[in-house]
Design a protein around this ligand. Structure first.
Ligand code: PBG
Length: 325
């Protein structure tokens, strides 16, 4: 049936029918808030390239978690900035390293908060690469060992989920084995499966003090031109035991999000990364856009593309503004 019998405007004519036929929703339960932990007390260092985001000491992270929880944001993703870096990133894996300490504090004081820890070496290495260097290149297999140690240390501290973001081959399998060998058979892995070598991570590297001191991450993160390869990455992570797979960044890769959902029908996360956040903040600060409406549209677009959950620096504000239910 075509016009004039069919008129799509009939169901758009009032908010009740618009609400009735809305296909996509975003709930606070879909959102994960990233937080950056540093040592000390009462420290809140603004991150200049990410207005509204801070490096925070553990006491303030705990306060932030209480507030997020009151807003209905039920999970956080932790990144750690250590006092001292080393060559391999092993410093991340000690009982008293920044992330295990942060995990224990949150679980003790806000036990209902679901704590996810990012697992990577780039914040912890002197050179800023995501693994151990051998002859100037990131060595895959020795890096798997430091990642596995990190995961076990986080698990012992009580983390709810680990999220490896390093893009080494075989890391999901290695981490699964390490967790299982240590009795953490029920701890889920959210794999940053299709993670692209993206300029959209620029502001994050200021936040996490993790920019590579030489070269780039193109030998381990994916080429932005590739889609088939993303499916291979996701497929391998599923075979190795990933519980959730991720596409990152989100907005320039929504085609990958949709293809991943259609191809694998796995629980799927998309990371609305720092550069995507900062562009919105910069435009909003200039009065060029309506930030609330823009963020609402962005979150909807990522869910509509097929993501079940979204990691976003806008999580707290989205809940505060009432643009998610
Ligand atoms: C660590 C990591 C990065 C991000 C998440 N985990 C940076 C990178 O790969 O350089 C980026 C997050 C963001 O930009 O918001 N490997």
């Amino acid at each position: 049936m075509a016009f004039p019998i069919t008129r799509l405007r009939r169901l758009r004519s009032n908010s009740i029918t618009r609400d009735m036929m809305r296909e996509t929703t975003v709930s606070a339960a879909n959102l994960i808030m990233p937080l950056f932990a540093v040592s000390g007390t009462n420290i809140k260092n603004p991150i200049p390239s990410m207005p509204g985001q801070y490096q925070m000491s553990i006491d303030l992270i705990v306060e932030k978690c209480k507030h997020l929880n009151s807003l209905g944001i039920k999970s956080v993703l932790l990144f750690g900035i250590p006092d001292h870096k080393d060559e391999t990133g092993e410093c991340a894996a000690h009982d008293h390293a920044i992330i295990p300490e942060t995990i224990r504090a949150i679980k003790a004081q806000v036990p209902e908060m679901y704590v996810i820890a990012d697992v990577c070496n780039c914040e912890y290495t002197t050179h800023g690469h995501c693994g151990t260097l051998v002859n100037g290149d990131v060595d895959n297999d020795s890096t798997l060992e430091t990642l596995a140690k990190q995961c076990v240390a986080f698990a012992k501290a009580g983390v709810d989920m680990v999220a490896p973001s390093d893009m080494m081959d075989g890391r999901v399998g290695r981490i699964r084995k390490a967790l299982d060998d240590n009795g953490f058979t029920n701890l889920p892995i959210m794999a940053y499966s299709a993670k692209y070598a993206s300029a959209f991570y620029g502001p994050f590297r200021d936040a996490a003090e993790s920019a590579p001191k030489f070269g780039d991450r193109k030998t381990y993160q994916m080429d932005p031109a590739n889609s088939n390869e993303a499916m291979r990455e996701i497929d391998l992570d599923i075979i190795e035991g990933a519980d959730i797979v991720m596409v990152k960044p989100a907005l320039p890769y929504l085609d990958i999000v949709r293809r991943a959902k259609d191809t694998f029908n796995m629980p799927l996360c998309a990371y609305n990364v720092s550069g995507e956040y900062s562009m919105v903040k910069a435009a909003a600060a200039n009065g060029w856009i309506d930030e609330k409406r823009i963020v609402s549209e962005i979150l909807l677009s990522i869910r509509r593309a097929g993501a079940d959950m979204i990691i976003t620096y806008h999580a707290e504000e989205a809940a505060q503004w009432g643009i998610v239910k």
